[in-house]
Design a protein around this ligand. Structure first.
Ligand SMILES: [Zn+2]
Ligand SMILES: [Zn+2]
Length: 272
């Protein structure tokens, strides 16, 4: 448990480092990646704070989100609001200012409603603040509970039931094994290569793959049956990729997919 937590702290550094690298590589995404980096640095400190807390034992009966600590998130909200007002995009900075003016009861309610929602990946922008605040706790809790058997056919996260953010191909034998990465607790679970995580389509002719020259390791995996898509990051092409960060850096692929009539399985933290 202690070793796992230590490993995850390094994970935050890896993500921060990658965000800096990708900002240099893709000037068109530099602004959003600079903001993402600020958010990661903030989340890293939150993670360090929660990593030393003792958590409910694995296999508890309560739903995953009910085990997250609302009080901690409420305490950390003012620091996040001020960070977003200083470094965030205009629209989000304005929302941060509005939330800052709300009563403490209302602030608490914003965060509480996220924990009560079955799908926290909905489009409501206030979810941004809740996701940032609860994610480090969720990752910590997921590490503690990840010993559970992972069902490779599950279309939502086997640990917290959130939707996948991105697919990853990891080197395995001659090819790559496909995993889905949770949009909330970042758990990875193995998933069949030719299978739509939304509608279960298995006909490869209906599961199209689109790539762009600029992004050798990232592509759009779209389903012609349900019209949903998610992106995949191929670690056999770029072994230094950090799936969550590379996913954010390739927003132009999202714009392309949406223009072609597809909806994303789950918007990322930056709202794409
Ligand atoms: Zn999860
Ligand atoms: Zn589908």
């Amino acid at each position: 448990m202690a070793a796992a937590s230590a490993m995850k702290t390094t994970d935050w550094d890896k993500r921060i480092h990658r965000a800096v690298e990708l900002a240099e590589r893709y000037p068109s995404a530099a602004e959003i990646l600079a903001f993402y980096r600020h958010i990661l640095e903030f989340q890293k400190t939150l993670f360090a704070d929660v990593a030393c807390l003792s958590l409910p034992a694995a296999g508890g009966k309560a739903a995953f989100r009910e085990q997250l600590d609302l009080d901690i998130a409420v305490q950390q909200l003012p620091a996040l609001l001020s960070l977003v007002q200083r470094t965030g995009p205009a629209k989000l900075a304005q929302e941060a200012a509005e939330i800052g003016r709300a009563s403490s009861e209302q602030k608490r309610e914003i965060l509480r409603s996220f924990l009560l929602s079955t799908d926290g990946n909905g489009p409501e922008s206030t979810h941004f603040f809740a996701r940032v605040l609860f994610q480090p706790q969720a990752e910590h809790l997921a590490v503690a509970q990840n010993a559970q058997s992972v069902d490779s056919s599950a279309s939502v996260c086997p640990v917290c039931a959130a939707r996948p953010q991105v697919a990853v191909l990891r080197p395995e034998g001659d090819g790559g094994k496909r995993f889905l990465v949770c949009s909330f607790c970042s758990t990875e679970w193995e998933f069949r290569r030719i299978l739509c995580p939304v509608c279960g389509e298995v006909d490869h002719q209906k599961l199209s793959r689109y790539s762009a020259e600029d992004f050798a390791a990232v592509r759009v995996e779209a389903c012609d049956t349900c019209k949903y898509y998610l992106k995949s990051v191929d670690m056999t092409v770029d072994g230094l990729a950090v799936p969550l960060g590379d996913e954010i850096a390739t927003a132009s692929l999202d714009i392309w997919a949406v223009e072609h009539g597809f909806s994303k399985v789950s918007p990322n933290l930056m709202g794409f």
